[in-house]
Write a protein that binds this ligand. Structure first.
Ligand code: SF4
Length: 257
């Protein structure tokens, strides 16, 4: 939170002001009707400046195709909205709209069977596919400072670290048109996104417990199973003596420039 504004809180709003049920030429609800923590009220300058990016022809065309793809994933039949296209087909259709021919697949070794099927599906739809597993490089976890007891199978095991930076750089090097992430772990996905220099989308995220469907825990959070998620904890404060890890820092010490 900065000194001027509270944090934006769209999550607690029904969206009636930014996404009103209206026809094209209807008067729209006043912004003042939106909650006080609405970004349209707090940060109108950020929204106004950000929108200028869509004036760049490549960005505008990409955004236009993404919105066309979005609408093609539904069937609007009078009052009813039906869904039509699962994400794998959405990805294939969108890549074709962008005139992409080569897809990258950055996957977790735990999902190698799925990666094989997905690679075959992409190829069946006419794409060339470059796939890279997270363990590429077979670099031991000790090289990033893990102690024996911090590994999954204990001190004696040779465990290759997940290497999302190599995954990203290999897909960059091969100049794939679109990188597709499949099941990377939390944090490893963050590093992949930092180092990936080609357009990137996510087919699935990892959830080891819930069949890679993290929202299942949310849907069950009113039940005894995952009710613990909604039990209040104390507001988090930084731990004394711990340094915040800043992967966006420009220098080697990890300090912001
Ligand atoms: S942008 Fe404003 S109106 Fe829309 S969901 Fe966020 S707070 Fe609500």
């Amino acid at each position: 939170m900065n000194s001027k504004n509270p944090y934006t809180q769209c999550a607690y709003c029904d969206g009636a002001t930014c996404y009103p049920h209206a026809n094209l030429n209807d008067a729209l609800p006043s912004i003042e009707k939106a909650p006080a923590a609405c970004p349209m009220r707090l940060y109108s300058d950020v929204i106004r400046n950000g929108i200028t990016n869509y004036q760049m022809p490549n960005i505008q065309e990409f955004a236009r195709q993404a919105s066309i793809q979005e609408s093609q994933c539904y069937e609007f039949d009078g009052p009813d909205l039906k869904t039509r296209v699962p994400r794998i087909e959405e990805t294939i259709q969108f890549a074709a709209k962008c005139n992409y021919t080569t897809l990258g697949l950055a996957f977790c070794i735990g999902l190698r069977k799925e990666a094989r099927q997905i690679s075959r599906i992409f190829e069946a739809k006419g794409f060339d596919v470059a796939s890279v597993c997270c363990k590429v490089g077979r670099t031991p976890k000790e090289s990033i400072g893990l102690k024996g007891e911090e590994k999954i199978r204990g001190p004696e095991a040779m465990e290759s670290m997940c290497n999302p930076i190599a995954q990203a750089e290999l897909l960059n090097q091969q100049k794939v048109d679109l990188a597709v992430m499949l099941g990377l772990c939390v944090g490893h996905d963050t590093l992949f996104l930092k180092y990936c220099k080609v357009p990137c989308t996510i087919l699935a995220v990892k959830d080891r417990v819930l069949g890679h469907n993290p929202l299942a825990a949310i849907y069950l959070s009113d039940s005894p199973y995952y009710g613990r998620l909604k039990k209040s904890s104390k507001r988090r404060k930084p731990e004394t003596g711990w340094k915040k890890i800043d992967i966006m820092a420009e220098n080697e010490s990890g300090d912001s420039a």
